[in-house]
Each structure stands twice: as structure tokens, then as C-alpha cells.
Design a protein around this ligand. Structure first.
Ligand code: NAI
Ligand code: MG
Length: 367
């Protein structure tokens, strides 16, 4: 039986509360599944600042490097608002992403039938929606140089950001998208603005060439990013895998997220380069939401985004696609049975605690 190593970084606020539900599911999978898990734990964010004076220690970074996958809850909160910028809680998360080389950010947007009325769009437009946005995470305009504010000396200043993409960066993110599409519908939409940006021209050429050479069986379509934004809101169900750059991916993944209703429902994965021999990728899985200080400590947070992140870890790091499907079906089942944490309940609808929601998923998993 294979043993997978997993580093859990619960973090701050509701992070530990939702991570407790992951631990329940991991215990069940370890006892009933086809693989064993070796779980280690560490600190990231404010809790690490309190314990070590830094938002992630070198020792925990070494654990993250060694693990098959890292699961993170959330970091931050008002308690650490005054700490110096370099050691703020988010810096721990940024170091993890950077040192592990996590260039591919996967953001699924799934609209459960039971929650379709929570979307800002009409039920028939979003019910059954299942999009996967693949966003390039370590390049583009957020990192390109020069990046500065220049004093022009005439009372004017100039803010400069530089959008830079090299062929290898576009190829490796496109490869991730094509390979994921093979596991799904076999359809990819690639998005840029080649009509006004040279990096967009290179993006379009590079994705097209890679497609022709290695993924001819995948159906590829190109959409300008502004048009894609429009179509995502107009008729989102036409999309499956969407691959795009850092900036457009940031915006489009937030748009797609809101089609589904609640922040407490959205998982994510960030993947690094595949090892040429073992094919294993460094990977970090985390909910999209933050530490929710407004509800922390009350046991009412929605654990489904965190549990959905575990499902992604099973699928993308542990080759346990069947168990991932099963966990996702259990989440859908718990919702279909009417279990609702406060964030996804309609006014007047009865609500359950974080722990009761986790138990409902576990019960559906075991059934
Ligand atoms: P947030 O995502 O923590 O909360 C926004 C709103 O959504 C709050 O009303 C919260 O109660 C609700 N919410 C979020 N997750 C929920 C869940 N699982 N169940 C039920 N309700 C949920 O974003 P906010 O308030 O902007 O940031 C709070 C702290 O979290 C800040 O310190 C921020 O820097 C940090 N943060 C951390 C992130 C991370 O660790 N990746 C991402 C975003 C924010
Ligand atoms: Mg964003």
C-alpha cells in the first residue's frame, strides 16, 4: 500500500477549525482507502510569528519541500496588523508559493444544484457549472521588471509595471491545462489579449504550437480576455478548462468564483514543476477564503472549501482520482441532504456547525 506524506498548515482564524474536518476525513481514508497517509503539522502565518518570530520557519519550509503535498487553512487577522511588512502573515504564504515554485494555480468553480439559487445569475445559467481556471502564478505583470514609480521632475510621476512572459513559462502552464483537460471534457479555452499585447501574441503562438505538436486530440479555442469575461457571465456552462496569465487569471477566477455563490465553497490547488523522474509535483492546496476573523472561534465556518482542497490533493498529488470523486460526491450529498453552515443558508433556514458539516460529509463518504 502506498504511503503519501502530507504537511498540514492550519494557520490562523478559522484555518484550524476547517482543518480539523480534513483530519477526520484523512483518518477515514487511511482506515478505508487504498493508501496510507503520513501526516506532519506545522505553523504558518500569525501563529508562526507568535511562536518563531517569522511567518514560516526554515524547519517548516523543509517539511513542505519534503512532503508530497501541503494543505493550508488560512493566514492573517487583526492581531498581526502591526507587524513589519516583511514578516506579515501573508509573507509565509508567499514564501511557500515562491520556494516551492508553484506556477500553476487551479481554481475550480462548481455550482452545486443545491446552491444554485445563491448565485448572482439565474439558476438555469449556473446549475451544473463545472469550470477549471488554470492561472499562471509566478510570471507576468505582477513580477516583470522594471516595476517602479519614477519621479518625472515636473510634478508628474510615472507608475511602471512590465508584462513579461517567456516561451517556457507559457508552455509549462499550457501543458498543465491540456493534461487536466484530458482528465475532464477534453476542451481548453486559452485567453490573452493578442490584439494589443505582444506577450499575448507570444502566448497565442506558443499555446497553438504546443497543441498541434502534443495535444491534437484536445479541443482548443482562443478567446480575448475581455470577451471571455463577458461570456463567463453570459453563458458560463460552455466552458471547461480555461488557461490564462497571472493578471487575467486573477480577475477571471474571481468572476467565475462568484457564479457559484459562496466563498466558503471554493477550493484551490497550486502546482509546481513535475520531477522528470518521479513525475511528482510540489503542490499546495488551500481554500480561496481567508481566516475570517469575524466568525473565528465560534465553530460555524464552512469546511467545504477546505475539504474540496483535500479532494484536489487526492486527485492531483496522490493519483487517487476515484477517492477524490467520492469525496466530492459526499460534499454534494451533504448539501443535497440540506446541511447548511450559516454562510450558505437562506434566511430562516436551520444551520449546522463546522464539525456537524464535516460529520455529514463523512457519513456520506462512508455510506
Ligand atoms: P475572508 O475570506 O477571511 O472573509 C470574507 C468574508 O467571508 C467574511 O465575512 C467571512 O466570515 C466569510 N467567510 C470566509 N470564509 C468562510 C467560511 N469558510 N465559512 C463561512 N464564512 C466564510 O477575507 P477577509 O475578511 O478579507 O480577510 C480576513 C483575513 O484573512 C485577513 O487577515 C486577510 O489578510 C486574510 N486572508 C488570507 C487569505 C489566505 O490565507 N489565503 C486569503 C484572503 C484573506
Ligand atoms: Mg484575486
Amino acid at each position: 500500500m502506498p504511503t503519501h506524506t502530507l504537511l498540514l498548515l492550519p494557520g490562523d482564524g478559522i484555518g484550524p477549525e476547517v482543518m480539523a474536518e480534513v483530519e477526520k476525513v484523512l483518518a477515514w481514508l487511511g482506515a478505508n482507502g487504498p493508501a496510507a497517509f503520513e501526516v506532519t503539522r506545522g505553523l504558518v502565518g500569525g501563529c508562526a510569528i507568535d511562536a518563531h518570530g517569522v511567518p514560516v520557519s526554515d524547519a517548516d519550509m523543509a517539511k513542505a519541500e519534503a512532503a508530497d503535498a501541503v494543505l493550508l487553512g488560512a493566514v492573517g487577522g487583526p492581531k498581526w496588523d502591526g507587524v513589519p511588512y516583511e514578516i506579515r502573515p501573508e509573507a509565509g504564504l508567499l514564501r511557500l508559493r515562491k520556494d516551492l515554485g508553484l506556477f500553476a494555480n487551479l481554481r475550480p468553480a462548481i455550482c452545486h444544484a443545491a446552491l444554485a439559487d445563491a448565485s448572482s445569475l439565474k439558476r438555469e445559467l449556473v446549475e451544473g457549472l463545472d469550470i477549471l481556471i488554470v492561472r499562471e502564478l509566478t510570471g507576468g505583470v505582477y513580477f516583470g521588471e522594471p516595476k517602479q514609480i519614477v519621479d518625472l521632475g515636473n510634478g508628474q510621476k510615472r507608475g511602471i509595471d512590465t508584462q513579461v512572459y517567456d516561451t517556457y513559462e507559457i508552455e509549462r502552464i499550457a501543458r498543465v491545462a491540456f493534461e487536466l483537460a484530458r482528465l475532464r471534457s477534453g476542451r481548453v479555452v486559452s485567453s490573452e489579449k493578442r490584439n494589443v499585447m505582444m506577450s499575448g501574441v507570444l502566448w497565442h503562438q506558443t499555446v497553438s504550437a504546443l497543441h498541434a505538436r502534443h495535444y491534437p486530440e484536445v479541443q482548443l479555442r482562443h478567446e480575448l480576455a475581455d470577451a471571455l469575461g463577458m461570456k463567463l457571465v453570459q453563458a458560463p456552462k460552455q466552458f471547461d478548462v480555461i488557461v490564462t496569465d497571472n493578471l487575467f487569471g486573477d480577475m477571471l477566477s474571481d468572476v467565475a468564483a462568484m457564479l457559484t455563490g459562496s466563498l466558503g465553497m471554493l477550493p484551490s490547488a497550486s502546482l509546481g514543476e513535475a520531477d522528470p523522474v518521479t513525475k511528482r509535483r510540489k503542490a499546495l492546496y488551500e481554500p480561496v477564503h481567508g481566516s475570517a476573523p469575524d466568525i473565528a472561534g465560534r465553530g460555524i465556518a464552512n469546511p467545504l472549501a477546505m475539504l474540496g482542497s483535500l479532494a484536489m490533493a487526492l486527485r492531483y498529488s496522490f493519483d487517487m482520482g476515484a477517492e477524490a470523486d467520492r469525496l466530492e460526491r459526499a460534499i454534494a450529498q451533504a448539501l443535497a441532504e440540506g446541511h447548511r453552515t450559516a454562510d450558505i443558508a437562506r434566511p430562516g433556514e436551520p444551520t449546522v456547525s463546522t464539525s456537524a458539516m464535516g460529520d455529514a460529509v463523512l457519513a456520506a463518504l462512508a455510506a
